[in-house]
Design a protein around this ligand. Structure first.
Ligand code: CP
Ligand code: NVA
Length: 310
């Protein structure tokens, strides 16, 4: 059965650790003579470039297409686009508005027996490739054993938060999510992360509240993302008001003397992060961006080890 990578929880803890190790190993030529299709419904700087360069470093040839180019679900269904790409490519990555589109693509290639994995390059639900890069960055900064470390996320409980929280609890981290009411995970979403922590068995935990100051105390990592994600632009004004105070600035950073600061980028200085913190020595955002490429090498190599890339 083809294994897809739509969310961090598609991997076991052992597999997740293996992805991290593979990401740091010299790339092999496992994609030699093969293609990887990368489909984007939304803009991207890091994801497109890190994915393309990872494919090149694995000996393959990336082909990036915009959703407009194939006119997804108008000219042709997402199922038929995925099954077309499966005729030429060893893997398919896609960035979509609606996570269900990824699930439809995966179901279609599975039902047709084409044996090509779908990789989530960001959906409204998750951003697992980012979360792998986040783990690599945290391990580099804090040591390879992240168990017991405190990760405080400040801002919108969104796609990046979900994948990050799943990845962090799997490593045994204590995840605290500080988000204003109305922008927090609902009970079932939180329960899903807590259940993955239990399944992982590494002692990880997740806590959610509305107080960034309290949650920043003794944190090892402070993490934030934009208040308004792609596709939510119409809510930007309302969100700016709701998120006032949910900013990683010097005052918040002072609550925890040694924490490093992460941001998946793009950043909005003066909103979720202050310009001085963004540029400070404690900010690891460029190392995090660097690890987007190593993460993709780990993910593609793991999919090959699992037999999903043949
Ligand atoms: N962090 C991230 O996914 O960046 P892009 O949207 O630029 O790909
Ligand atoms: N939450 C953001 C992440 C961008 C990488 C978005 O979905 O737009």
């Amino acid at each position: 059965m083809t294994r897809h990578f739509l969310e961090i929880s598609d991997l076991s803890v052992d597999e997740l650790r293996e992805v991290l190790d593979l990401a740091m190993a010299p790339p092999t030529s496992l994609l030699s003579g093969r293609g990887v299709a990368l489909l984007f419904e939304k803009p991207s700087a890091r994801t497109r470039h890190s994915s393309e360069m990872a494919v090149v470093q694995l000996g393959g040839h990336p082909i990036t297409v915009s959703a407009a180019e194939v006119d997804l679900d108008r000219r042709e269904t997402a199922e038929d686009v995925a099954r077309t790409f499966a005729q030429y490519h060893a893997a398919i990555g896609a960035r979509v508005f609606d996570h269900a589109v990824l699930e439809r693509m995966a179901a279609a290639v599975d039902a047709s027996g084409f044996g090509v994995p779908i990789v989530n390059l960001l959906s409204d639900r998750g951003h697992p490739c980012q979360a792998i890069a986040d783990l690599l960055t945290m391990r580099e900064a804090l040591g390879s054993d992240l168990a017991g470390r405190v990760l405080t996320y400040v801002g919108d409980a969104n796609n990046v938060t979900r994948s990050l929280a799943l990845a962090a609890v799997a490593m045994g981290m204590q995840v605290r999510i500080a988000a204003p009411e109305g922008y927090q995970f609902d009970a079932s979403e939180l329960a899903e992360i807590a259940a993955f922590a239990v399944e992982a068995g590494e002692g990880g935990s997740v806590l959610q509240g509305a107080d960034p100051e309290a949650f920043a105390e003794h944190a090892d990592v402070l993490y934030t993302d934009v208040w308004t994600s792609m596709g939510q632009e119409a809510e930007a004004m309302e969100r700016r008001a709701a998120f006032a105070g949910y900013c990683i600035d010097a005052d918040l950073l002072a609550r925890t003397p040694s924490a490093v600061v992460l941001h998946c980028l793009p950043a909005h200085r003066g909103e979720e992060i202050s310009a001085d913190v963004f540029e400070s020595a404690r900010s690891l955002v460029w190392r995090q961006a660097f690890h987007r490429r190593t993460a993709m090498i780990g993910i593609f190599t793991m999919l090959a080890q699992l037999g999903s890339i043949q």
